[in-house]
Design a protein around this ligand. Structure first.
Ligand SMILES: NC(=O)C1=CN([C@@H]2O[C@H](COP(=O)(O)OP(=O)(O)OC[C@H]3O[C@@H](n4cnc5c(N)ncnc54)[C@H](O)[C@@H]3O)[C@@H](O)[C@H]2O)C=CC1
Ligand SMILES: O=C([O-])CC(=O)C(=O)O
Length: 308
């Protein structure tokens, strides 16, 4: 199983590290436009192999896509991250051009690959890959909901005073500061609804902290986060590589599901060797449906800025 990651920056390198540590892929290729960076990070990571006990071969290439040929899964993390005070949507001007050209180069050498899009604004970048690549929709997956859900579980566990392993919860909708839809009504602590433990007000605070999870870290770090994003991407890669049939919220092209059409937005999907093997339609109440509709309007507004 060969995995290529374009963008050997913070998220790309973190993703490569988690994939290697989980030891399920034979090869990981890092590609970056900055001379020597991908080669250097690959060498540094390979020098962890004997210490961390993995056999995955990690190599790097400066803009040479011939090294990526025959990849089963390709991950796009190339592009600029936001700075404190910015929204993800403000990155569209620079990142759209990068994502479009990187996708074309990747598919030239790996026409059968499944594409995972990470660069922001992620839902719109995923839509761009759909509109420009001609790939079937099961093979284009946007990563956002897996990360947002991990942050939701972190905030729920904090509020509950419970271990994170006790908590289950999911975030759907757009991967933006205002567009996320945490499904609090469905969240549980070891099968017991979290509303049995937490007040309505505390749950609202958890939802708000979840939605601005990326912005909170960007303010603290001066750039956006990379450990949990890298871990979230590696979980999606593993689900596909190992045909796990795991359920994750991912940005998927919708054709009527959730009453939405012609946009990519976070919804629960089953991931296996064919990429998105099924979109799962959760029964939403009126409030959740309204939030999902608002979120979709926001994503569509950003999509309209693309020059397709
Ligand atoms: N979807 C999600 O949940 C998340 C998305 N992101 C997004 O991921 C992207 C990457 O973030 P970081 O890794 O923190 O940024 P970074 O700046 O550390 O790394 C980006 C890398 O992309 C490279 N790059 C730029 N243009 C390229 C091109 N044409 N070809 C190959 N490489 C190119 C840069 O040289 C750099 O090394 C950002 O757009 C960020 O907003 C970050 C975290 C989570
Ligand atoms: O916040 C950002 O810009 C990066 C990102 O998407 C996240 O960490 O959720």
């Amino acid at each position: 199983m060969k995995v290529t990651i374009v963008g050997a920056g913070a998220v790309g390198a973190s993703c490569a590290e988690y994939i290697a540590i989980k030891n399920f892929a034979s090869d990981v290729v890092l590609v970056d436009i900055k001379e020597g960076v991908a080669e250097g990070k690959a060498m540094d990571l390979m020098q962890c192999a004997s210490l961390n006990g993995f056999d995955t071969r990690i190599s790097g290439a400066t803009n040479d896509y011939s090294k990526t040929a025959g990849s089963h899964i390709v991950v796009i993390t190339s592009g600029i991250p936001r700075k404190p005070g910015m929204t993800r949507e403000e990155l569209i001007g620079i990142n759209a051009g990068i994502v479009k050209s990187v996708t074309a180069s990747l598919l030239e050498h790996s026409p059968e690959a499944i594409v995972i899009v990470v660069s922001n604004p992620m839902d719109t970048m995923t839509y761009l890959v759909h509109k420009t690549s001609g790939l079937p929709k099961n093979r284009i997956i946007g990563m956002g909901g897996a990360l947002d859900s991990a942050r939701f579980r972190y905030r729920l566990a904090e509020a509950l005073g419970a271990p994170i392993s006790d908590v289950d919860g999911m975030v759907i909708g757009g991967h933006s500061d205002t567009g996320m839809v945490p499904l609090t009504r469905h969240a549980t602590r070891n099968s017991v609804k979290v509303s049995e433990f937490l007040s309505e007000q505390r749950l609202q605070e958890v939802e708000e902290a979840t939605k601005v999870g990326g912005a909170t870290l960007t303010k603290l770090l001066g750039t956006s986060a990379w450990y949990a994003p890298g871990a979230a991407v590696s979980a999606l890669v593993q689900a596909i590589a190992c045909d796990q049939k795991k359920l994750f919220p991912c940005s998927a092209m919708l054709n009527g599901e959730y009453g939405l059409e012609d946009l990519c937005i976070g919804v629960p999907v089953i991931l296996g060797r064919n990429g998105i093997e099924r979109i799962v339609e959760v029964d939403l109440n009126a409030d959740e449906k309204a939030k999902m509709k608002d979120s979709a309007e926001g994503v569509s507004k950003t999509n309209a800025l693309l020059e397709l």
